[in-house]
Write a new protein. Structure first.
Length: 277
């Protein structure tokens, strides 16, 4: 979902229940720490609460059968982006330059995501979810990304960019491309490294930034919002980045804190943006 990224919980992030189980086992059985792992520090109560709420809404809402994986719902939105945007162009007859650039950016990103899922699928997206949970995932996050394109193609948004069009387009395209590379490289490194050896990843894309996959997704969706230049994408991204991404990163750091090298890694790295955050 720009993310990304998004464990039973979202990708690469242990659920609150998993964290609690790990801590209970470690405390009850000192041998569980023979590998040098320590019990993780507890994430803030508000983050744990947000995680429990979003987990329920996405995975278990209303109970009942679980007919689909969360990855199928995500991939439906990603793969369908080109089709949806072309249908909008046909309906509204809007063939302006910024529309075509936007279609290329978001549509191509959707295909990049599909290729990523085929080559190195994220285990966090492979859980089966209830019918209500799948609908919530689409209506609560994924579907809103299509609204971005509708705002631009329909003419509801009439962008008055702060820079000349050519400069603004260059900036947005660059953010999208660089963000895609960061996200793909970070997810690939995590996937293939953890297949060979479990542990804390502190090199490569994770050397200076602890959450490069989220940084990449934020750059991608930020570039879409900049192309649309309307207040609604800002509201949507604020919800996703604060309500989902921030919570996921906090929970992930709680999980990573069990490793003995965590303190040194945290001290020499940045949370999200080098030299800023």
């Amino acid at each position: 979902m720009g993310g990304t990224r998004a464990a039973g919980s979202l990708p690469g992030v242990e659920s609150t229940a998993d964290l609690c189980r790990r801590e209970l086992i470690a405390n009850a059985n000192p041998a569980a720490n023979s590998t040098g792992e320590a019990a993780p520090y507890a994430a803030p109560i508000w983050a744990q609460t947000m995680r429990r709420i979003t987990d329920y809404l996405v995975y278990d809402f209303l109970g009942g059968p679980r007919p689909w994986k969360l990855s199928w719902i995500i991939n439906f939105q990603k793969a369908g982006t080109f089709v949806f945007l072309f249908a909008l162009i046909a309906y509204y007859g809007n063939t302006s330059t910024n529309v075509w650039i936007y279609v290329a950016m978001q549509g191509s990103y959707g295909l990049v995501w599909i290729l990523k899922d085929v080559a190195f699928p994220d285990p966090g997206w492979q859980r089966y979810v209830t019918i209500g949970g799948g609908i919530n995932a689409f209506l609560g996050v994924l579907g809103w990304y299509w609204v971005f394109g509708w705002l631009l193609v329909s003419g509801v948004s009439q962008p008055d960019y702060p820079l000349p069009d050519y400069a603004w387009f260059c900036l947005c395209i660059s953010l999208c491309i660089v963000g895609s590379v960061i996200m793909i490289a970070a997810d690939a490194q995590k996937y293939f490294t953890l297949r060979l050896q479990r542990g804390l990843i502190t090199d490569g894309m994770h050397r200076y930034v602890r959450h490069p996959n989220y940084l990449g997704e934020m750059m991608i969706y930020g570039s879409f919002a900049m192309m649309v230049w309307h207040w609604l994408p800002v509201v949507v991204l604020a919800w996703v980045w604060i309500g989902l991404f921030t919570v996921n990163m906090i929970m992930k750091e709680s999980s990573m804190s069990r490793y003995p090298e965590w303190a040194a890694y945290k001290k020499r790295s940045w949370w999200l943006v080098p030299f800023v955050l």
